[in-house]
Design a protein around this ligand. Structure first.
Ligand code: ADP
Length: 510
């Protein structure tokens, strides 16, 4: 099979479909190839949280005391400690001053606060002692464009809910969700729109080798599952959107240094297709890779399957983690690497998320957000349920009074607005009314932070720091935005924001 179009998009997850729609909107003819039998990738398996500042909606909520304290803390911060992000901190400080002087008590947010959170959440040190942070230009391009990108999604048939929460590890209540569950909220309408705009989708077509002429990427060679060779020539460009390498154990071992004890066989939350193909194809033509040593573990994955599904919980401020002794051990509102490393230190590398009737977040039909029914979850011991905390403790083989005392103590901290033990930095509801639930969870591989180096127009950069003409990338296949640890809920808004940019750049550059 041989075809020629303007833009070839490789990978049919959120980034790929955002790129396809945006390229088509900008007048390009588009083919999207997807190696799997179905579209959606990891985007469909994610929690579907879309982080963005959104003053219109956030101003319908009140700020909590602990979040206000965090804001006040930035007023004393020294911009010099914020590296390239110093100008952003200074703008933020002025915003916070104005906010406090105005006496406003509604939830504050801004692109600058989101950028500072992304910076702090991602600032880590690698094994050689180098400091890794998100790239200033990429991060600010991201946080300045998440809200316009969400409006763009809405203009393309994506329906967003009018509430905001905190996906685990998001650090601030700015996680939005679709009306349709999880990633389907984004994939279904974007795929529909792409087809409506004339995009051809080729399933079971695996991109394998970029075609380069005189240093310009002009197409890609692919193979269909039945063995048919496919050559796709791109008049304007190829957009790589193949996702991460969370399911490629060997590639993880090759690059990972952040989790020295991570076993080759550690399970992941990913689809089996997340094997890093786009990174390999890019590496072969001299693309620069960034942040490859940092892999994010999802702290709260199913201990047996590694999946995100199969449990019950609500927004991060509502979550309480206890270990097998019924004891809390961490600020549940902290970043994902902090949470994962804390859980890895507990007996059996296990934590239970404790919920009551309200914080379990079950639908009226008794389903969690993944559509798992509570009856099934109880049946296969993915979740435990009891009318009282004592009975729950007995089921978990814990000392009854230990769990009851711990939850009472936690409720007391909420009452006081202060957690002297673990400094939980934002509180939700108390754990009060039965039935109570416990969901056992363990860390598994979730998101690979590193990948192809891009500029703010989603053009791929080579090892000499030069643009590779005709080559674009977006989504988890890229690196450099999230530093050493990605905030929960930042991935979906990253893949959509940069997918949109990549499609536009590819359609317009030539
Ligand atoms: P992102 O969040 O960056 O969009 P996803 O994991 O959601 O990433 O989507 C990536 C998609 O790319 C998946 O559907 C995956 O099957 C597909 N894919 C991965 N490698 C290839 C390849 N070599 N050729 C075509 N599609 C690929």
């Amino acid at each position: 099979i041989e075809k020629t179009v303007d833009v070839v998009v490789v990978g049919g997850g959120g980034a790929g479909f955002a790129a396809a729609v945006s390229a088509a909107e900008n007048g390009a003819s588009v083919i999207l190839i997807e190696k799997s039998i179905a579209i959606g990738g990891n985007t469909l398996r994610s929690g579907g949280g879309y982080n963005t500042n959104n003053p219109e909606l956030q101003s319908t909520m009140e700020i909590t005391d602990s979040l206000l304290d965090e804001l006040k803390g930035y007023l004393d911060a020294d911009p010099k400690d914020y590296g390239d992000f110093a100008p952003t901190l200074e703008v933020l400080q002025n915003q916070i001053k104005e906010y406090i002087e105005s006496g406003d008590t509604h939830l504050f947010d801004s692109p600058e606060l989101h950028a500072i959170h992304t910076y702090i959440g991602g600032k880590r040190t690698d094994l050689e002692g180098n400091e890794i942070v998100g790239d200033y230009d990429l991060v600010t391009t991201y946080t300045n464009n998440t809200l316009p990108a969400m409006k763009w999604l809405e203009g393309n048939g994506v329906e967003m809910r009018d509430d905001v929460g905190t996906i685990l590890g998001a650090l601030w209540p700015r996680s939005h969700g679709g009306v349709k569950p999880l990633g389907t909220a984004f994939i279904d309408p974007l795929a529909e729109k792409a087809v409506e705009l004339g995009t051809e989708i080729m399933l079971e077509t695996k991109g394998e080798e970029l075609i380069v002429e005189d240093g310009v990427v002009v197409g890609i060679k692919a193979t269909k599952t039945d063995g048919t060779s496919v050559t796709l020539m791109a008049n304007k460009g190829v957009v790589m959107a193949t996702g991460g390498f969370g399911e490629n154990g060997e590639m993880r071992q090759e690059y990972n240094t952040y989790w020295p004890t991570m076993p080759l066989t550690m399970k992941s939350t990913n689809t089996p297709d997340a094997t890093g193909d786009g990174i390999v194809m890019g590496r072969e033509i001299g693309a620069k890779l960034v942040g490859m040593e940092f892999i994010q573990l999802m702290p709260s994955s199913h201990p047996e399957t590694g999946s995100l599904a199969g449990g019950v919980w609500g927004s991060a401020e509502d979550q309480v983690f206890v270990n097998k002794d019924g004891k809390r051990f961490v600020n549940e509102y902290s970043g994902r690497d902090t949470l994962a490393s804390a859980i890895l230190k507990q007996e059996d590398q296990l934590a239970y998320i404790i919920c009551d009737e309200k914080t379990a977040g079950l639908s009226p039909e008794g389903k969690n957000v993944w559509g798992d029914s509570i009856e099934d979850l109880l049946g296969n011991k993915s979740v435990y349920k009891a009318d009282t905390l004592e009975e729950l403790a007995i089921q978990l083989g814990m000392d009854e009074s230990a769990l009851v005392d711990e939850i009472n103590k936690y409720n007391g901290y909420i009452e006081k607005g202060e957690d002297p033990e673990f400094k939980k930095s934002n509180f939700g509801s108390k754990i009060l009314t039965g039935p109570f639930y416990a969901t056992p969870r363990s860390p598994s591989v979730h998101h690979t932070m590193g990948g192809l180096s891009i500029d703010t127009s989603a053009r791929v950069i080579n090892e000499d720091g030069k643009i590779i003409p005709g080559f674009y990338a977006a989504g988890e296949v890229t690196g450099g935005i999230h530093g050493g640890n990605r905030l929960g809920g930042n991935a979906i808004s990253d893949i959509i924001t940069f997918g949109k940019i990549a499609g536009e750049s590819a359609a317009k550059d030539k």
